[in-house]
Design a protein around this ligand. Structure first.
Ligand code: ZN
Length: 152
């Protein structure tokens, strides 16, 4: 029973290669060396291919992660923009409402003042009339007295 010089496992078949790791098992030294070189190159090629596939997979995953990250950031920015817009809208609405309420208050105030002025004018007119009547009466009685004095 022989063992594979490469992997150390038992070789149970009579093939030219180990059935476990496919290491060449030729008896002839020159052939074996050549085969061993080919085998070693194949191993290197395999290793490189594995590394290439691994690097490709990692690059793909990295790109995927980055795309996800960008999407997430964009979503966060979109939400922030939306929030700002909503806040601006709310502030605008509040400002509009305040302007309207102020205008309403001022209109009410103006109306009140107009009413007060109207009442004041009415009162003044009444007072003036009263004063006029009194003056007229006084004039009348003075005239009467005068006439009476002259008659005496
Ligand atoms: Zn082997």
């Amino acid at each position: 029973m022989s063992r594979c010089p490469n992997c150390g496992q038992e070789i149970t078949n009579n093939n030219d290669y180990c059935q476990h790791c496919h290491y060449p098992l030729f008896e002839d030294d020159s052939v074996r060396q050549l085969r061993a070189q080919v085998w070693a190159r194949k191993q290197v090629d395999k290793e490189e291919e594995r590394a290439r596939i691994k690097a490709e997979r990692e690059a793909k995953e990295k790109a995927k992660r980055e795309a996800k990250e960008i999407k997430k950031r964009e979503e966060v920015e979109r939400l922030a923009r939306k929030q700002i817009q909503e806040e601006e809208k709310r502030a605008k609405e509040v400002a509009n409402r305040e302007v309207k309420e102020k205008a309403k208050r001022e209109a009410e105030e103006a109306k009140k003042w107009q009413e007060a002025e109207r009442l004041a004018r009415k009162y003044t007119q009444k007072e003036e009339k009263k004063a006029q009547r009194l003056t007229a009466k006084k004039g009348e009685s003075t005239a009467k007295e005068k006439a009476k004095k002259e008659a005496d």
